[in-house]
Design a protein around this ligand. Structure first.
Ligand code: C2O
Ligand code: CU
Length: 455
């Protein structure tokens, strides 16, 4: 679990590293039996959306909406969600980032049987810790059809002051049925762009379900402090995000509080979240915007427009200097238990494209599901070192646990291309079978996953 630094100082946490290999008793997170504080149902259906006034398309939705309805609860509340499957195929829901008990994690054939067409399944868990999360289908490429929505767990005592907040869900959008390329070709045939990678046939990049020609508007008044909760719910896009005309104070990474750090932009991998606070001190018409770092689609955008209250509008031009957030700038306000000192177990993993004819992505040469589980023991301090032997970025996500990377606590981390290396540490405190995978959905579907298994 996560403890505040204050609490940690007085806390007798178990000593790491015993001679028998480090395994220590950890009890499985109990299935929640308490009555829920919030009960909702989500129906997965197909339906029509209008991402721009002159564009409509049929896709898959939760409760007829894309993005799906915002779920918002207080930290520690018990949330119960009944999924009703009105699709013609099986589905599940995963609660991205929340360390739930294993049976409700929503991974088909790993934590549950997929929910058949016409069936229902109830997920019940305690929503903690506070943070910005999202939920999505974990079956095949369904996330890319629109089966996703924001999940906000409100903190009781935010460490930053703000006047109001907006949730900003970024996505890349497909109007056609998504599918993997049928061969191992180098992404040819209209998929161009990323060398050696598949690039889906985008219809456009979206903020909160709207294409750039029909951007949503965020109401702001001069002097407001506005919290934006950014969610990268896209299937394959690494975004560069900025709030034009305004510096951002980054306050949370993957939902977890950090020492506020000033930046004018950040790089945003699929599955990551950042919360930022922006002060409305530069009246005018501005865009919150997100461009694909490796593509040339028009950037997703939302409008922020406000006037000077005394009528003297003096907009400052966007600054030409660049102050892009780096992972190294992030300092978590809390610390993760059980990851100090030397690890009990280390995995060195290579991320690479498969060598065979078919389109595959591998972790240490193996493509899921034909891949060995990463076996760990309860209580261990586990380290995963990743080296990316491909030219493209892999946003790697671990289910059921937060991990420490540098001084940040995250659940999804970008491993840069061209031999980029990232090391993460986590405490094996949530027994079960958990997926560890690339959150580029096309890489996941092509094998870039392993099960982390407690033995
Ligand atoms: Cu959003 Cu397996 O992940
Ligand atoms: Cu990947």
């Amino acid at each position: 679990g996560i403890s505040t630094l204050g609490a940690l100082a007085g806390c007798a946490s178990p000593l790491p590293g015993t001679d028998d290999g480090g395994g220590r008793a950890v009890t499985p997170r109990p299935t929640v039996t308490a009555d829920p504080d919030t009960s909702v149902s989500l129906t997965a259906t197909s339906g029509t959306i209008r991402p721009a006034s002159d564009a409509s398309t049929t896709t898959w939705l939760y409760d007829g909406q894309y993005p799906g309805p915002e779920l918002r609860v207080q930290e520690g509340d018990v949330l119960s969600v009944e999924l009703a499957n009105d699709l013609q195929e099986e589905t599940t829901i995963h609660w991205h980032g929340i360390p739930v008990a294993n049976p409700v994690d929503g991974v088909p054939n790993v934590t549950q049987e997929p929910v058949a067409s016409g069936d229902t399944f109830t997920y019940k868990f305690r929503a903690e810790p506070a943070g910005t999360y999202f939920y999505h289908s974990h079956v095949g490429l369904q996330l890319d059809r629109g089966l996703l929505g924001p999940l906000i767990v409100e903190e009781r005592d935010p460490h930053v002051a703000y006047d109001h907040e907006y949730v900003v869900v970024l996505d890349d959008y497909l109007s056609r049925e998504p599918r993997l390329p049928s061969d191992g070709g180098m992404g040819g045939g209209g998929m161009g762009g990323m060398m050696g990678d598949v690039r889906p046939p985008y219809e456009g990049l979206l903020i909160n379900g709207q294409l750039p020609e029909n951007p949503p508007t965020f109401d702001v008044t001069e002097g407001d402090r506005v919290r934006f909760r950014f969610v990268n719910a896209s299937s394959a896009t690494v975004f560069g995000v900025r709030t034009a005309g305004h510096e951002m104070s980054v306050t949370h990474a993957d939902g977890q509080p950090v020492e506020p750090v000033e930046a004018d932009s950040f790089v945003f991998g699929a599955g990551e979240r950042y919360d930022v606070v922006v002060e409305a001190t530069n009246p005018g018409r501005w865009f919150v915007q997100a461009n694909a770092l490796d593509g040339n689609e028009p950037p997703a955008r939302a409008v922020v427009e406000y006037e000077s209250t005394d009528g003297s509008i003096t907009p400052q031009p966007p600054s030409s200097s660049s102050n892009r957030l780096q992972y190294g700038d992030l300092r978590a306000l809390s610390s993760l238990d059980g990851v100090s000192g030397d690890p009990d177990r280390t995995f060195d993993l290579t991320l690479s494209r498969g060598r065979n004819q078919s389109y595959t992505w591998t972790i240490d040469g193996q493509a899921y599901p034909d891949a060995d589980p990463l076996q760990i023991r309860p209580g261990e301090h586990v380290r995963i070192r990743m080296t990316n032997q491909s030219p493209v970025v892999h946003p790697m996500h671990l289910h059921g646990h937060f991990f420490q990377v540098g001084n940040a606590i995250k659940d999804t981390v970008i491993v840069p291309g061209h031999r980029g290396q990232v090391t993460l540490d986590f405490h094996a405190d949530n027994p079960g079978r958990w997926l560890f995978h690339c959150h580029n959905l096309y890489h996941l579907d092509a094998g870039m996953a392993r099960v982390v298994e407690y033995v």
